[in-house]
Design a protein around this ligand. Structure first.
Ligand code: LLP
Length: 426
């Protein structure tokens, strides 16, 4: 667990006491707190798993688009996987070379495609086409811009949805998913590329889904990807294969598969398929950042209900961390202060938002005074999915490095939202 408990019973992240963060007037609660050193270390471990093989770790920016985190990962040699024109521009401006950015997404607008064609001297590494129909549109935009677009095809490997050991909302590599080009339509996709002088096929991608806690579904997707790559390269000189992201983390349920295990297993397959000369890419988001971020939150009050029901109501809600409400995801919640001898009991932890799904589940918390709690493993798909629902301000963001607070992005004042909404319609 990346948080540690000090001898005085206080919780710390990256060597910084979370009680101090809560007391810091720039931060307060609710705040996201991130350990940049640990994030950099995740990237290093992943790179090491490739050994000497040529590779690019495309960080999936959607997991956490804080510029400080993107810059940290850029400094560790990561490229980026982006899914919108805005993410593309952000990644590039945070120091990721255009030649290391892949751009996926089922509905890239013409404006976004034009942006992807214009970034960098030669455009980005690859616009990842998600349909045969989209390839024709990319060709048209590239022709209009007098550019040759480097494209990759995202294949949908059609892995049996039952075999995808994850929540159905985050499984993407099965036949009913809107993502990628069905294997049966790859021939059509190749024909469009062969006919279009403004398209250059540079790679093949796959992304089967997220939060896999075993290697099997991931490797099933990679096998289909590599089998196709072996055929396709007899017609087109591919530069890379990219087997996507999805490496799960341990949210407290004991997932023991490390991100590096996925890479090592993929490398074995790559050799078996005779693709060792191709650059191997991957697109992890969660595995790099999730475990190294927490939501720091204050207990507003406790409440007793009918019978034995009782709630600990905190100042962070589903607008700050949507995963429990959206996917019934469970994040551990622990008290920031844990004096020796404190007795814990089960409490239902809920947020302030007017929805019954604003509920973080049952957690063991001190029966006595509890002022601050930390929601663990919130570094991925936390702030990036946050909203201002119920007129709530977005949480603050605190970045920790070398055992000290390196940067704080403060929360907007309570009524900033009111002023902004009124100004928009003035
Ligand atoms: N590549 C592609 C094409 C993707 O669509 C995704 C995630 C990734 C890579 C990175 O997946 P990761 O390594 O982070 O699992 N909001 C959900 C997760 C949605 C993932 C969407 N695509 C959650 O909170 O669990």
């Amino acid at each position: 667990m990346p948080v540690t408990r000090r001898a005085d019973g206080t919780l710390a992240l990256g060597g910084v006491s979370l009680a101090e963060v809560a007391a810091d007037s720039r931060a307060g609660t609710p705040s996201y707190v991130y350990d940049l050193d640990a994030i950099a270390n995740e990237a290093r471990e992943l790179h090491a798993a490739f050994e000497a093989a040529p590779h690019v770790v495309h960080y999936a920016v959607k997991a956490n688009s804080a510029p400080t985190i993107i810059r940290t990962l850029a400094a560790e040699g990561c490229g980026a996987d982006v899914v919108s024109g805005a993410e593309l521009e952000l990644a590039h401006r945070c120091g990721i070379d255009a030649g290391r950015i892949v751009y996926s997404g089922v509905a890239k607008s013409d404006e976004e495609l034009d942006l992807a064609l214009a970034v960098g001297a030669n455009g980005i590494k690859a616009i990842v086409a998600e349909s045969v129909e989209e390839l024709a549109r990319i060709a048209a935009r590239a022709t209009a811009a007098s550019r040759v677009a480097s494209v990759s095809i995202r294949i949908n490997p059609g892995v049996d949805a039952e075999a995808l050991d994850t929540h159905s909302y985050i499984a993407t590599g099965h036949d009913d998913a809107k993502f990628g080009v069905a294997v049966s339509r790859i021939g059509d996709a190749l024909d469009v590329i062969a006919r279009s002088p403004s398209l250059r096929l540079v790679g093949l991608n796959a992304h089967v889904g997220s939060q896999f806690t075993t290697l099997d579904p991931y490797l099933a997707g990679a096998k289909t990807l590599f089998g196709l790559a072996r055929e396709v390269r007899t017609r087109f000189p591919l530069a890379f294969v990219d087997s996507g992201g999805g490496f799960g983390i341990d949210y407290g349920d004991g997932c023991a598969v490390r991100p590096a295990d996925f890479i090592r297993a993929t490398r074995v397959l790559q050799r078996e398929f005779g693709l060792d000369d191709l650059m191997l890419g991957c697109e992890p988001g969660r595995a790099l950042v999730a475990a190294h971020g927490v939501v720091l939150s204050r207990v507003i009050q406790r409440k007793a209900g009918a019978g034995q029901r009782r709630w600990t109501i905190i100042d962070a809600g589903m607008n700050d961390l949507l995963r429990p409400a959206l996917y019934q995801a469970r994040h551990r919640i622990v008290p920031v202060h844990m004096p020796s001898g404190a007795v814990n009991g089960p409490w239902r932890v809920v947020g302030p938002v007017c929805e019954s799904s604003d509920d973080f589940g049952m957690h063991d918390l001190p029966e006595g005074e509890v002022d601050l709690v930390a929601i663990l493993d919130a570094g991925a798909y936390g702030y990036s999915m946050a909203s201002r629902y119920n007129g709530r301000a977005l949480p603050a963001e605190v970045f920790v490095r070398d055992g000290a607070i390196a940067q704080v992005v403060s929360r907007k004042p309570l009524l900033a939202w009111v002023e902004e909404r009124l100004a928009e319609t003035a």
